[in-house]
Design a protein around this ligand. Sequence first.
Ligand SMILES: Nc1ncnc2c1ncn2[C@@H]1O[C@H](COP(=O)(O)OP(=O)(O)OP(=O)(O)O)[C@@H](O)[C@H]1O
Length: 573
Amino acid sequence: MFESLSTVQRSIVFEKNGRFVVRACPGSGKTYTTAARLAYRIQNWSSPCKGIAVLSFTNVAWKEIQKMLDGRLGITINYPHHLGTLDSFINKYIFLPFGHLIMGCGKRPTLVGEPHGTWSAGKHDYDYDRYFDCTSISVNDETIPTTADLTRFHFKWRNKDGSESGHVARIREAKVKYWGQGYATQADANYFSYKLLEKYPNIARSIAMRFPELVIDEAQDTSEIQMRIIDKLIFNSLENVMLVGDPDQAIFEWNDARPDLFLEKYYLWEENSVILDENRRSSQKICNVTNKLTSRAYPSVAVSESVKDFEHVPVIVCYKQDGIHTILDNFLRLCEKHQVEVNPENVAVIFRSKSIQNLIQEQPERMDDPWAVGNYFVRDLAKGKYLATKGNISEAYRLVERAVFKGLFKRSFCSASDLEAWVSSKGFVRHRKDITSIMAYLPAPTGDINNWVRKAERILRANNISLQMTLKRDCGEYSFEELFKTTTGDSLRFRLGTVHTVKGETFEAVLLVLKEKGAQGSFYRTMLTQGKKTYDDEELRIAYVGMTRPRKLLVLAVPSDQSKAVWEQRLLQ
Ligand SMILES: Nc1ncnc2c1ncn2[C@@H]1O[C@H](COP(=O)(O)OP(=O)(O)OP(=O)(O)O)[C@@H](O)[C@H]1O
């Protein structure tokens, strides 16, 4: 792992100390170099109860570091070191042990909402309790949405004159109510952790002593609150901080990624910082094209001997006229022509909007769903039965178990401790038997969901299990395939997923399918003609992350000739 390091990579692995930033382009070896540095530091580590905290933003990202260390050197990161997500670190060392000190709940808090579980409080469509999982508090103590999809709310956040709508105060009341009961979302946990470190600097000091070295991978995805938490640790004597990232790739689903704060740190620590700008993944042709979306003056230099001179120039195609399946067939043919074997490791078809997945898998696009507010356990029961018949028994059991708890006790959330108390009140063996029987009683997942729900309710009642299962009033017909199949792409010959799911990965060939607008509602065409770059807009960064995944072949598919012309003008001229 060490022999093939470049000179700059070597300096990061063996020489750097103190606080510094590694600012790097796609495919420049951020993960590789971070793993190599860790291997070197851990092998030479002498303190038995202080360690390095190595943090990233998703489970996939930190596992990638572990995989590299394990695969190449047989090293596993264990105590006294810590490898995981920044959120899990904050939860473990700040929020969960100390959150009760400022939440007004008098007990260890419970994390709810994504990515910890589904939240389904609220009795009707306009109930503010529904919004607990998609709102939080900013560093400036303002109530904020934590989803880009503002259509989830039944009101507008701002009045016509720009002032805050009265609904926001009602949301805050609902938040305070649930905090008092010990519930918090991940965004709340970060907010409270920041407040805790402000109020109790000793907590920050003890973390800085326990982990005298902090490494943050993908640091461009840090949110403002997370960066303030890091600043609190630094203020309380944390001496060694390595932030690794690429501001052009700041995309993070659950957070407001703030690449400007990463760049701020780069300028603050510039003298000790490092730039990695050789691309070890893609061909020079791909580097030249993708660079045009960024503000960088020069494309990175492709250095991978096996692909740097690969001759294929990225192409842009229009799927409106030809249809998505013709575009897909042409792309797979292109792979074959260039001797790229089509399998999920080599070939990826990626998209920004999930509706593209429906198009590819020939699912009709449905904007609404049949689930009634306060009755989302019905969805989990139906999905559980569906997954069980597809062979995913463990996930099916998990869903059904929690759904039954929510349905029986009319609760909006089932936490790990709720489950534990419920299981131990009956005994594990009986509980398991009960859940397995319910999974067996549920009717086969075929036909229309309305009929299925009525039948399921009847059968369960006949077996002395009384669950009131309702769907949205007057909801249309939905099949199980339509409702649940879109979440898997296992039967395909290639990898199919959103850009977010392939972040950090490498493929031989990539087809990136975009719509006219990004998910946040702005037209790519407008952004491109206004000269916007990755630095200006997260949607362009998402497109950039997608385009920088392939080693050899890149095809961009857009929905109209007009869009095609604008993309071509930006990328190919
Ligand atoms: N010094 C090196 N020796 C051998 N292979 C390397 C080296 N540096 C990087 N690589 C390889 O180059 C490819 C890209 O590296 P890596 O995934 O670490 O880049 P990255 O900067 O994290 O990429 P991105 O930010 O685009 O996800 C990987 O296949 C990695 O194994």
